[in-house]
Design a protein around this ligand. Structure first.
Ligand SMILES: Cc1cc2nc3c(=O)[nH]c(=O)nc-3n(C[C@H](O)[C@H](O)[C@H](O)COP(=O)(O)OP(=O)(O)OC[C@H]3O[C@@H](n4cnc5c(N)ncnc54)[C@H](O)[C@@H]3O)c2cc1C
Length: 374
């Protein structure tokens, strides 16, 4: 079968836009379709944009850890290429993270993690409570220590997604907003994407519809794509006083300091179906957690809250790889808590597979096959 050149990407979140950009940049003719407008209005608009594969490294699945580290390594060049191709500014910083704890037991775990990562040559700082407060003077007196990872960073997920869409367009991609995809079907060797505003046809499709991926009918598939929504709420407050120096990651929340004085406080993890509303309970839990971690948050101005549905698979790994049922349908979904971090690598893996028939060994673990005949 010839390699595809005419590709429809379903979903214009950060994953769909990154994939569309990479495919268009490598010469494919690309249409990106999304039911909402503008781009990035799914989980992506709620994301904190933290790029931190080594956080909670002890709890991460090994495959996910390796993917996340690979993707972080791509980030500097990814951002400079996207900014240069789009002409859109993207706020992106590699100020590091400080993962802190108030429990001696967790501190022992952080010491083990640090020893393991240090053996891999990763620059780190391991601090007791006093040294952690010397690094971040606003931290609570209850903090008993922390692990600093200077390689980590954060990015504005919204700006990056808009820049990716513009960069894709600069390479000829067409963006179709406000068209809801209902069905994908093979007709005479092409793939037809049925939308509520008419069909789109290509010789390949990338399904990047985040939490809603399972709601799109794929003709010939016995089951739907096994992705469930996991709601996350995130707050924005206006910090008073000298800025925090880096992302602070606690046990019940994390804080992301922007240089405009705003602070993001994330994030809840809730099974709430497809309900995208913010809630009093979510806001209150996050504010309590933030004030416990950094008591001066009490004096911050409250700006607002947002919520998004993280697309989760049963094993918390993304689903990236070709369908076994429809030739030239490829999945790029299920990125759960790491879609922003994994966007550059996902785009690369998809474009390598689709345009060059290069199947990265990672697709063995991320492929849809692990959930049956998809
Ligand atoms: C509160 C919160 C904090 C987070 N923080 C981080 C973080 O710090 N770092 C990180 O890496 N990740 C983070 N994430 C996770 C990250 O946001 C997601 O993994 C990522 O946004 C998923 O991107 P996506 O493009 O797959 O999905 P989405 O952004 O949800 O995009 C899917 C798109 O598909 C479209 N779509 C769906 N169905 C259809 C249809 N039938 N027809 C047409 N279009 C359709 C939707 O409209 C949407 O635009 C966070 C998530 C949340 C909620």
């Amino acid at each position: 079968m010839p390699l595809p050149s005419d590709i429809v990407v379903v979903g214009a979140g950060i994953v769909g836009c990154a994939v569309a950009y990479e495919l268009a940049r490598r010469g494919a003719s690309v249409q990106v379709v999304d039911g909402r407008r503008p781009v990035g209005m799914g989980a992506t608009q709620a994301s904190a944009g933290v790029l931190a594969p080594y956080i909670e490294a002890d709890e991460r699945n090994r495959v996910l850890f390796d993917l996340a580290v690979r993707s972080l390594h791509l980030y500097d060049s990814f951002i400079s290429r996207v900014v240069s191709d789009s002409g859109v500014a993207v706020r992106y910083q590699r100020t590091g993270t400080l993962e802190v704890t108030t429990s001696d037991e967790r501190m022992a775990t952080l010491r083990n993690v640090a020893a393991r990562l240090e053996a891999q040559g990763l620059p780190l700082g391991l601090f007791d409570g006093r040294a952690a407060r010397a690094e971040e003077p606003f931290l609570s007196g209850d903090v008993v220590g922390g692990l600093l990872v200077p390689a980590h960073g954060f990015v504005s997920a919204g700006e990056l997604t808009r820049a990716l869409a513009a960069a894709a367009r600069s390479h000829g991609a067409q963006l179709i907003e406000g068209s809801h995809v209902q069905r994908i079907e093979e007709v005479d060797g092409d793939l037809v994407v049925e939308t509520d505003r008419g069909p789109l046809t290509g010789n390949a499709v990338v399904l990047a519809a985040g939490s809603w991926s399972g709601q799109i009918e794929i003709v010939g598939l016995a089951a739907s794509v096994p992705i469930r929504p996991v709601r996350g709420q995130l707050l924005r407050v206006m910090w008073n006083g000298p800025p925090l120096r880096r992302v602070i990651w606690g046990e019940r929340c994390y804080l992301v300091p922007w240089d405009d004085g705003t602070l993001l406080v994330g994030a809840t993890v809730e099974e709430a179906g497809f309900d995208e509303r913010t809630t009093v309970a979510g806001v209150r839990d996050l504010l309590d957690a933030a004030c416990d971690l950094v008591p001066s948050v009490w004096t911050a101005g409250f700006i607002g809250a947002r919520a998004g549905l993280r697309p989760a698979s049963a094993d918390q790994l993304p689903i990236i790889g070709p369908s076994q049922v429809l030739p030239n349908l490829l999945y790029a979904t299920g990125h759960y808590r790491n879609g922003v971090l994994l966007a550059p690598l996902t785009a690369q893996l998809v474009a390598d597979a689709m345009l060059d028939n290069r199947i990265d060994p990672a697709l063995e673990a991320t492929g849809p096959r692990r959930f049956g005949r998809l």
